[in-house]
Design a protein around this ligand. Structure first.
Ligand code: AMP
Length: 459
């Protein structure tokens, strides 16, 4: 399965990796380089900046982690490398790969993300770990509030899911971080989706970056069976339950991810599924970080077979067992579609993605098909098969909505938002008024179907 992306016939030795590191790769089942590794490892080892784009699940993390670990072994000190990534879960996942691959070296890593104790994190940073993996906001907070650590000697700056970082509203936090790192360093940018922002970046920063992107014309992997199912908007959830029943009858242990558009819907759906006898975990940015990690761990370890998530889980998460992705809504950005369906059919395995399409979503589906250069095929469901469960599902949904109200979900969201603004040093009243005004302006302009990505930090 070296051929995770395109046909590659090289060996890690021919790319310049040392024997001890190759042995370590083998011990975790990485035997031959994938395309992105074949192409990006040699220039990184040579000291070049690098921009790498390849389908999700093609071994991007090891493509930058391996040369960094080898270079670190030649001159080990901390803090040697900083990796920035848009979501907390991805930060933990990247740290895992550094820890496993860098084990013979005794590599010390440190994950700096929101939702955990800042004092403890400050202490960890002051102990000079070799590699720091962080989301932008929390690292910027540390840089602004503490002088017990320094990033001024780092050799490598990695931006993982670089397009998301550069397009989202991470700008001010990234500015703080860029000011703290030395200008003489190697910069590595990786992403599964290439965008104009990345092309811009290639022009304006970095010294003569080596640029590589997968030549595959289709943005999603061949092993992925991509379907759509037409559903009437009012009874969408009954169709979802029908699908879950069908798939679990076919294969009891099928591992399924369901993507939803908002935190609130994600939470309601997970309560509703439990009411209907489908144990599941949920992952979105409105729950505490510990619960987020616990949900992910339960799903990864197969304790629950269903994970309901927002786009906070759409990027980069590597859960090899996922066999089916259900898009409960058609993502407004085709790029989000690519990332969501990339959670299945990973590393050469098969998988299926089904997107639920209502009468209002046709334009969005065309935009997705155009972007992925593939037509989705129909997964058809007979209306008569869904009719018997309509009432049961409607009842479970209204019960779930009632439970959500008891949880004060809306109120908690508002409090969290205010807290976030205060942490950013902004006046919540002023910012919320601005936001309200902007929303009004957008409403006046009418709905957008341009397929632009949401710019919220975490969904
Ligand atoms: P990533 O694209 O970094 O999320 O990696 C996807 C998965 O592929 C991870 O579980 C890696 O451990 C695994 N992997 C990375 N490189 C290789 C390789 N050359 N051969 C086999 N598996 C790999």
């Amino acid at each position: 399965m070296a051929d995770m992306d395109e046909d590659v016939k090289s060996s890690f030795a021919s790319l310049g990796l040392q024997e001890w590191l190759i042995t370590q790769c083998k011990s975790v089942g990485i035997n031959r380089p994938s395309a992105i590794q074949h192409n990006c490892i040699p220039p990184i080892l040579k000291g070049q900046d690098c921009i790498g784009c390849a389908k999700t699940g093609s071994g991007k993390t090891a493509a930058f982690a391996l040369p960094i670990i080898q270079k670190l072994s030649e001159d080990p000190y901390g803090i040697y490398c900083l990796v920035i990534t848009p979501t907390r879960e991805l930060a933990f996942q990247i740290a895992d790969q550094f820890r496993v691959l860098g084990k013979p070296l005794g590599l010390k890593d440190c994950v700096i993300v929101g939702g955990f104790d800042m004092v403890k994190q400050g202490l960890e940073l002051s102990r000079k770990p070799h590699v720091v993996i962080s989301t932008p906001g929390r690292l910027a907070d540390h840089l602004k509030s503490s002088n017990t650590f320094s990033l001024s000697k780092i050799k490598f700056l990695v931006l993982d899911e670089a397009d998301r970082l550069l397009e989202g509203n991470f700008g001010p936090d990234l500015d703080v971080i860029f000011d703290a790192v030395p200008s003489k360093r190697q910069t590595l940018l990786f992403s599964a989706t290439i965008t104009d922002t990345m092309k811009e970046l290639k022009k304006m920063s970095m010294s003569k970056p080596f640029f590589w992107h997968s030549k595959a014309p289709v943005a999603t992997v061949e092993q992925l069976d991509q379907r759509y199912v037409l559903v009437p908007a009012q009874v969408k959830d009954a169709y979802l339950i029908h699908m879950l029943k069908t798939f679990q009858e076919e294969e009891e242990n099928k591992s399924i991810m369901i993507f939803t558009s908002t935190c609130k819907y994600c939470h309601t759906l997970s309560i509703m599924l439990r009411e209907l006898g489908f144990p599941c975990a949920s992952l979105h940015s409105m729950v505490k970080q510990r619960i987020r990690l616990a949900s992910l761990a339960m799903f990864k370890s197969n304790q629950v077979k269903i994970l309901v998530a927002t786009d906070v889980a759409s990027r980069g998460l590597d859960i090899p067992t996922v066999q089916l992705v259900i898009n409960h809504n058609v993502p407004t950005s085709p790029k989000d579609y690519i990332h969501r369906v990339g959670r299945t059919a990973r590393a050469g395995r098969g998988g299926m993605a089904i997107t639920m399409v209502t009468q209002f979503d046709v334009k969005l589906v065309y935009a997705v098909e155009q972007r992925i250069n593939t037509k989705l095929t129909e997964y058809s469901i007979e209306e008569s098969e869904v009719l018997p469960i309509l009432n049961e599902v409607a009842l479970a949904k209204s019960q779930a909505e009632m439970k959500l109200e008891e949880l004060d979900f809306g109120e908690r969201k508002a409090i969290n938002k205010r807290k976030q603004l205060i942490m950013e040093g902004k006046d919540p009243e002023e910012e919320l008024a601005k936001e309200k005004k902007e929303k009004k302006r957008k409403r006046r302009k009418g709905p957008s179907t341009s397929g632009e990505a949401s710019t919220s930090k975490e969904r």
